[in-house]
Design a protein around this ligand. Structure first.
Ligand code: ADP
Length: 452
């Protein structure tokens, strides 16, 4: 059997079982005690009935006393037999007639599975005579007889009803008590799946101020704090990038001027270095600014009808030089008039980025294949290489900002680890999706899906 998983179910089972054990123990003790008490009373009663009758049995045909035994309820347990065991008067139970007589011995006798408390007294007709009467007092001492059948029957109904009420009531109370936990789970899931840090745990204003309610309030306060810290951090990135733009442009312009006027090879090398690094930083700052604008919903998106065959040609063309360095072949396989509704410059920079990665992480003399297709209102762009690929354990992390699988190796290309997070943000800004499939050392395939 599958184990019950929810705490509610486990708690309900636990206290219902506990209740069952408790009821059983209490009833067991109470019924044993009352059985014992009833037995004591019965013993006294039977002996009293028998001795009262035996006192009155005198002459052999004392009709009065026979009549009393027969009709008086007070002597319901008494019967009178002849010395040979023949039943004369009083309670007649067939089984009782088969029990042998013992003078003045209170005992329990079992016949056919039924136990009786039996007490006999022999009353001779005349002192010393063998003839006379046996006066017998007897009563069944089964549990139901002693405690009363109705008690058993009502217990049979009452116990299940108590258990049912315990289970239902307990389940209802725990379900209500656990409601805040469900809200916490729902909010955490929402924040995780739709990436919306503005979500808060719903708190019922009429709810009791218990531990779970306090937990929800505290978690909401913590979410407020996290959200404000993230906002501050994004604002800082945005402000810093903004401030860096002008000085970088100046360094770049002056580096290019130095390159122009450099005389010696050493001077040229130094100036080239300044220009390369300034270009790298400028690219990094532009990416940071773009990400900050998308995060802050400040990035404008100018959607228009774009022919993907043209856009991909432009992107592939701009990567020709890079591909040449590694003797990589770029194959673009897109039908003319594959139209999508997108922001041209943003989509161009996303696709160029994927192609540049395919070359950077491609093998010498390898190839990069780019395809684009439209079915219905859905366009699919793929960029596939036969390069070094991505190990499975890294595949989810490549979209993270500043994440690079191999820091040293990537430095030769001036990698920053921001490329794919920028591509992802651009695609999501378009309402599209991006995914990757890869096998280490065999290559990687990035797939963009856009919908009109
Ligand atoms: P980077 O600036 O380092 O290229 P990206 O965000 O573009 O940053 O990529 C993140 C990491 O993902 C890279 O460091 C690289 O290790 C891996 N990666 C990206 N594209 C590919 C690819 N086509 N093949 C193999 N690894 C890739």
């Amino acid at each position: 059997m599958k184990k019950p998983t929810s705490i509610k179910t486990r708690l309900t089972i636990w206290y219902t079982a506990l209740m069952f054990v408790l009821i059983t123990v209490v009833l067991g003790v109470v019924s044993t005690l009352s059985y014992q008490l009833s037995m004591d009373n019965l013993e006294n009663d039977i002996m009293l009935q028998v001795s009262q009758i035996s006192d009155k049995v005198g002459a052999r045909h004392s009709m009065d006393i026979f009549y009393t035994v027969e009709s008086d309820k007070e002597f319901k347990n008494v019967s009178i037999y002849l010395e040979n065991g023949e039943h004369i008067v009083g309670q007649y139970i067939y089984d009782l007639t088969n029990i042998g007589f013992q003078d003045r011995v209170l005992r329990k006798e079992t016949i056919e599975g039924e136990t009786y408390l039996v007490y006999d007294v022999f009353k001779p007709s005349r002192p010393g005579d063998n003839r006379g009467y046996w006066i017998r007092g007897a009563e069944s001492v089964s549990y139901s007889n002693i405690l009363g059948k109705s008690v058993f029957v009502s217990l049979l109904f009452i116990i299940p009803i108590i258990l049912l009420l315990t289970a239902l009531g307990g389940y209802y109370i725990t379900k209500k008590a656990f409601l805040p936990i469900n809200n916490i789970i729902k909010t955490a899931n929402d924040i995780y799946t739709i990436n919306d840090l503005e979500q808060r745990i719903e708190i019922n204003p009429d709810a009791r101020e218990d531990e779970l309610n306090n937990l929800s309030v505290t978690l909401n306060r913590m979410l407020d704090k996290i959200e404000s810290l993230i906002k501050q951090e994004k604002q800082f990135t945005s402000d810093a990038s903004h401030e860096l733009r002008t000085p970088i442009s100046v360094i770049l312009a002056q580096g290019e001027y130095l390159l122009d006027i450099a005389d010696t090879d050493k001077e040229k090398e130094l100036a080239q270095n300044i220009v390369d690094k300034a270009n790298q930083v400028s690219k990094l700052v532009s990416r940071l600014l773009l990400l900050a604008r998308i995060d802050g919903s400040r990035q404008k998106i100018n959607k228009e009808k774009i022919d993907l065959s043209v856009l991909i040609d432009i992107a592939a063309d701009s990567m020709k030089e890079l591909a040449k360095q590694k003797d990589i072949l770029i194959i673009a396989n897109v039908k003319e008039n594959t139209i999508v509704n997108a922001d041209e410059s943003l989509l161009l920079s996303a696709v160029s980025n994927l192609i540049s990665n395919a070359i950077k992480y491609g093998k010498e003399t390898g190839h990069v294949v780019i395809t684009a297709e439209k079915t219905g209102n859905k366009a699919e762009i793929t960029v596939k290489d036969n390069g070094i690929g991505i190990a499975e354990e890294n595949i989810d992390k490549i979209w993270d900002r500043f994440y690079r699988i191999d820091n040293v190796r990537n430095d030769e290309y001036g990698s920053s680890g921001l490329g794919l997070s920028m591509v992802k943000s651009i695609i999501e800004l378009h309402g599209g999706e991006i995914s990757v499939k890869s096998i280490l050392n065999e290559g990687a395939e990035f797939r963009i899906i856009l919908k009109d």
